[in-house]
Every structure is written in structure tokens, then in C-alpha cells.
Design a protein around this ligand. Structure first.
Ligand code: AMP
Ligand code: GLY
Length: 426
């Protein structure tokens, strides 16, 4: 088979790395890809938003399946365009992808179908949003309803922060039209986890639970980022909680979408928080998490291409999906200054040494090549994954590998996975 992966980040490198291991695959392509992906795939410079260019490429190359990594093309309807041309593609269509692209829609769907989440109210008028904040009180969470590159959720501990956030999103329009509607949501208190469900619309299989680390600094301090590290499995998700999420959140959400005339296939990302009242959804995404993918997919025993083929053919019920009984931890190395301003073009060394260690994989995110040398080209630069028999050894492995990599200004959190160790009493 010929497979195309659309995207250029760490999540897409993980897809490419995993797909290249499949005996079913003759060639892997990535658009636009990155230097890490080019070791396993042919990278072709077509942007993720160039739907026509991507479809024409898939057609002319005879690609059997195209995997869409990021949310923007899904929200823009790339899957609909591919299907119109009879091309095999993995991801939800445009109407189903609104579960991520329109947070007001997602919250209303959950409330209509009794999927556990917090209260919410949605506003198009800034003054009405301000009134809601004073009426409800703090802490409170404000979310731009549209896609805002992972930065649209603002957790406000003071009324002043909330009023500032309304001003930024609804008046100054820092996220553009994503701020046309503002969702005001209950602050949910508890530990978070991510669950990924693969579905063909009828049947669902969930992978091992994982946990992201969103804030930039240790101890979950500082501004939110795209994610500074992840590990899997996440012990906060006990077997009992996992079963509860499967039955009360993941499966009912796919059914609810079908009832609304938006049949969902592809990967559904449940972002959960474990409150004193049980698990509640803070958000859904229409794709795999990044950097959670870099911790979850390395543990997948089943051929990922078999899973994608089953999703495309609607035969997921016939497939047994297995995960290795091990653990993985991904530590993100970012450019100094991220998530604020940062430099790019900084030379990177030591990746070969890091990958020389057993059970280590280095996934590229913001990297580029200049005169044959590897340089930084983004905020999150690399995802360094260590695998071990348990979380403690996976963490140790990941940081051992991180030590070998160097670029000026390189930063990482030092506490990835610590919540798991505390929970396990390790
Ligand atoms: P999101 O962009 O929706 O993933 O939100 C980013 C982060 O904001 C999440 O990982 C949570 O830490 C936090 N967050 C979002 N919604 C809520 C909520 N309702 N209650 C508490 N924290 C939240
Ligand atoms: N890791 C968070 C996300 O992918 O949205």
C-alpha cells in the first residue's frame, strides 16, 4: 500500500514512523513533512491547507490511504473533498469535525445527550459575557469557540483576568473569527487525561490513556503551550474509570453525532478531567493529541495500517487491537522563549547519540535543514520518547536521551510523568 500522512509536526512524525514499520506498506509520503519524517517517508512540499493540491497528489501517486494529522484541514472539509474523488482518507468529515472546531456545538451536543461535562453559556456580545462572569463568579473558563491553535482556552482565577480575556478574544479579536462566539464554562477541578478512540462510525476501540503537560513550567505553572510532554498509560485512569469513559463518553458521543446527521469516523480525542463528581469532558478534538501521540503510538502492538484500513472499510469490529504492556514518556524540547517569542535557525546536535540508546525515539516537530545541518524551526522542536517496563524507567530513559541533545536555548520541563509516580507511590 501507499500511504500519505498530511502534516509536519511530532504527531505526524509518529504516524510516519509507525506506518513505515508495517509490512503492508510499500511507500510512505508526508506533506509537507519534516527532516525527521524524511528518514522513513518521501516528503513533498504541499501545505496542509492546500486541499486541491493534496487530493491531486493522492490521485496521481495512487495513494491508498491518506491520514490527516492536524485539525485545521479536517475542519475545512478535506475529508469530504477526498471522498468526493473516491480517495481513501482517515478523519472525520467537516460536519463531524465541528466537535473540535465549534466548542459551542460540542458543549450543546454533550448537554443534549447527557455526556458528562460542566455548565456552559455562549455569547456573541462581550457585555453579555462580562455579565455572565460577574453572575457566575470565579474561577471560570473562557474559550474562543473556534479553532485557536490550542491557545483558545483561558482558565481565569480572578474576575480581572476574565474581563481581560473577553476583551482580547471578543473585542481585540486576537484569534480572529474563532472569537465570534465565546464559550463561558464551569471550572472543573481535578487531574486530566486524554483518551483516543478509533472509530469507523459503528465500532470504537480506545487506546491506552495518556496525560499531557500543557503549562510551560514545572509544577504546571506559567502559560499554556501546545503540550510539553506526555506519558502513557496514565494511572489516573484506572480500569474502572477507563470503562466508564468508554461507555458514558466515547461511544455515546459517536452515537450522538450520528443522530445529529454527522456520522463520525477517524480518531476522537476525549479530553477529560476527574472531578469529585466523576469524569467530565473538558473538550473533544477530532484528531490525535500532540505530544500524547508520541507516547501512545510507540506502545501500539497492532499494525496501525490495519487499524486505518479497518476504519476506511468499516470493519473495525473484526480487528483485535493490542497495546504492549510497557510504558512510554515523551519529553518535549522547545526553543527558549516559547510559548512567547523565540529564535529559529539554531543548530541542533546529539540526536544520533540519543537515538543510539535502546528504547528511545526522537520525533521531530519544529526542525528544518540548512546546508545539510539540522536547525530549529518552531517552538516545540523535538519530542524525545523513552520506553520502559514501567513509567519510572520510561521517564529515566527519556531524560537520559534529552541530556544528549543540545541546541542554544533548549528548554524542557523536568517533571514530565511525576504525577504518575506520585499516584503509583513510586
Ligand atoms: P483546551 O484548549 O480546551 O485543551 O484547554 C487547555 C487547558 O485548559 C486544558 O488542558 C485544561 O488544563 C484547561 N481547561 C480547559 N477547560 C477547562 C475547564 N472547564 N476546567 C478546568 N480547566 C480547563
Ligand atoms: N495535547 C493537546 C492537543 O493535542 O490538543
Amino acid at each position: 500500500m501507499k500511504i500519505l500522512v498530511v502534516g509536519k509536526g511530532g504527531r505526524e512524525h509518529t504516524f510516519v514512523w509507525k506506518i513505515a514499520q508495517s509490512s503492508k506498506v510499500s511507500q510512505v509520503f508526508a506533506t509537507p513533512g519534516n527532516p525527521g519524517m524524511s528518514r522513513h517517508a518521501k516528503c513533498v512540499d504541499i501545505g496542509v491547507d492546500d486541499t486541491e493540491g493534496l487530493a491531486a497528489f493522492a490521485e496521481s501517486e495512487g495513494i491508498d490511504l491518506t491520514i490527516i494529522g492536524p485539525e485545521d484541514p479536517l475542519a475545512n472539509g478535506i475529508v469530504d473533498r477526498f471522498r468526493e474523488r473516491g480517495l481513501g482518507v482517515i478523519g472525520p468529515n467537516q460536519k463531524a469535525a465541528q466537535i473540535e472546531a465549534d466548542k459551542d456545538f460540542a458543549m450543546a451536543l454533550m448537554h443534549k445527550y447527557g455526556i458528562p461535562t460542566g455548565w456552559f453559556e455562549t455569547f456573541t456580545d462581550p457585555q453579555a459575557a462580562r455579565d455572565c462572569v460577574s453572575r457566575r463568579g470565579i474561577p471560570i473558563v473562557l474559550k474562543a469557540s473556534g479553532l485557536a491553535a490550542g491557545k483558545g482556552a483561558i482558565v481565569c482565577q480572578t474576575e480581572e483576568e476574565a474581563l481581560d480575556a473577553i476583551d482580547e478574544v471578543m473585542v481585540k479579536r486576537v484569534f480572529g473569527s474563532a472569537g465570534d462566539k465565546m464559550v463561558v464554562m464551569e471550572f472543573l477541578d481535578g487531574e486530566e487525561a486524554s483518551i483516543f478512540g478509533f472509530t469507523d462510525g459503528e465500532h470504537m476501540v480506545c487506546l491506552a490513556p495518556s496525560q499531557d503537560h500543557k503549562p510551560i513550567f514545572d509544577g504546571d505553572n506559567g502559560p499554556n503551550t501546545g503540550g510539553m510532554g506526555a506519558y502513557s498509560p496514565a494511572p489516573v485512569v484506572t480500569q474502572e474509570r477507563y470503562d466508564e469513559i468508554f461507555e458514558k463518553v466515547m461511544v455515546p458521543t459517536v452515537k450522538a453525532l450520528a443522530s445529529e446527521g454527522r456520522p463520525y469516523s477517524g480518531i476522537l480525542y476525549g479530553g477529560l478531567i476527574f472531578t469529585d463528581d466523576g469524569p467530565k469532558v473538558i473538550e473533544f478534538n477530532c484528531r490525535l493529541g500532540d505530544p500524547e501521540a508520541q507516547a501512545v503510538l510507540p506502545l501500539l502492538k497492532t499494525d496501525l495500517v490495519d487499524i486505518f484500513t479497518a476504519i476506511n472499510d468499516g470493519t473495525l469490529a473484526d480487528l483485535q487491537v493490542e497495546t504492549e504492556d510497557r510504558a512510554a514518556t515523551c519529553v518535549v524540547l522547545s526553543s527558549g522563549g516559547y510559548p512567547g517569542d523565540y529564535e529559529t535557525g539554531v543548530p541542533i546536535t546529539g540526536i544520533d547519540d540519543a537515538e543510539g540508546l535502546e528504547d528511545v525515539v526522537v520525533f521531530h516537530a519544529g526542525t528544518a535543514e540548512r546546508d545539510g545541518a539540522l536547525i530549529t524551526d518552531g517552538g516545540r522542536v523535538l519530542g524525545v520518547t523513552g520506553i520502559g517496563d514501567d513509567i519510572a524507567s520510561a521517564i529515566k530513559k527519556a531524560y537520559e536521551a534529552v541530556e544528549k541533545i543540545d541546541f542554544e536555548g533548549a528548554y524542557c520541563r523536568k517533571d514530565i510523568g511525576q504525577k504518575a509516580l506520585v499516584r503509583l507511590g513510586a
